[in-house]
Ligand binder design. Structure first.
Ligand code: AMP
Length: 121
């Protein structure tokens, strides 16, 4: 079955698009975590980063050039932003169709809490 992102890209369910080309599409996250929260998604359905191959390199590079353009278009290129790609369970991936989160428009906050092995004991 097609992923929810494939269905958005196909126009079967609504999406608020900010960018689209032959390799990637980008639209607003339905549940934004910051003032700006865009998802940059390959048009080809690849489940996770673990599934990419050398053939996908052009598309993967396009995700970054699309991010740069979207940030410029939304006026957040100078203030900066964060790009996040989650992979599988430990990465916190919910939708199994690769995507890059572009978040910003305000300070995003600290990266990750410092690693503390004792907290796992
Ligand atoms: P991840 O946890 O990295 O897989 O992120 C999945 C993201 O997809 C979450 O931030 C969701 O809010 C977002 N999302 C889920 N369904 C939709 C939808 N129909 N339109 C836009 N974003 C969505």
């Amino acid at each position: 079955m097609a992923s929810i992102f494939s269905r958005i890209i196909a126009g079967e369910i609504p999406g608020k698009f900010v960018y689209k080309d032959e390799l990637v599409s980008a639209f607003w996250d339905i549940s934004p975590r910051r003032k700006v929260h865009i998802l940059i998604v390959p048009n080809k359905e690849i489940p996770t980063v673990s599934d990419v191959t050398a053939e996908d390199e052009a598309m993967l590079g396009r995700m970054f050039t699309a991010a740069r353009k979207i940030a410029e278009d939304l006026g957040i290129a100078d203030s900066g932003y964060r790009l996040i790609v989650n992979c599988k369970e430990h990465g916190g991936q919910e939708v199994y169709h690769i995507h890059m989160h572009l978040v910003g428009g305000e300070p995003v906050g600290p990266f990750l809490p410092k690693y503390n092995p004792k907290s796992e004991e």
